[in-house]
Design a binder for this molecule. Structure first.
Ligand SMILES: [Zn+2]
Length: 96
């Protein structure tokens, strides 16, 4: 869903009649939407925070099992590749 004002760029060109130039202006619709989503994220995180680390770990583990090829996951586990697993989660959950 692209913004009608800035076409999803976050900025758009607008005429400045005083200086007689076109200038880039930040799109306040998108800025407001971004801020709103940030607030939603914070509120959601606060609620999820009531859960236990074990429960969250299990939830994320299920996600990994569903998304990563078993053989590759096994290798990561055998190598105790924590950094690799965490970056997999970060990249994939963000792009969902
Ligand atoms: Zn916009």
């Amino acid at each position: 869903m692209n913004c009608e004002i800035c076409n999803g760029n976050g900025w758009f060109k607008q005429a400045n009649y005083q200086l007689e130039i076109m200038e880039w202006v930040q799109c306040y619709d998108c800025l407001a939407q971004e801020k709103y989503l940030e607030e939603l994220t914070e509120k959601t995180a606060k609620l999820i925070n009531k859960s236990s680390a074990e429960k969250l770990s299990l939830l994320l583990a299920k996600y990994c099992v569903n998304k990563i090829e078993s053989e590759r996951l096994e290798t990561m586990l055998n190598e105790k590749n924590f950094v690799g697993l965490m970056s997999f989660l970060e990249v994939n959950i963000r792009s969902e």
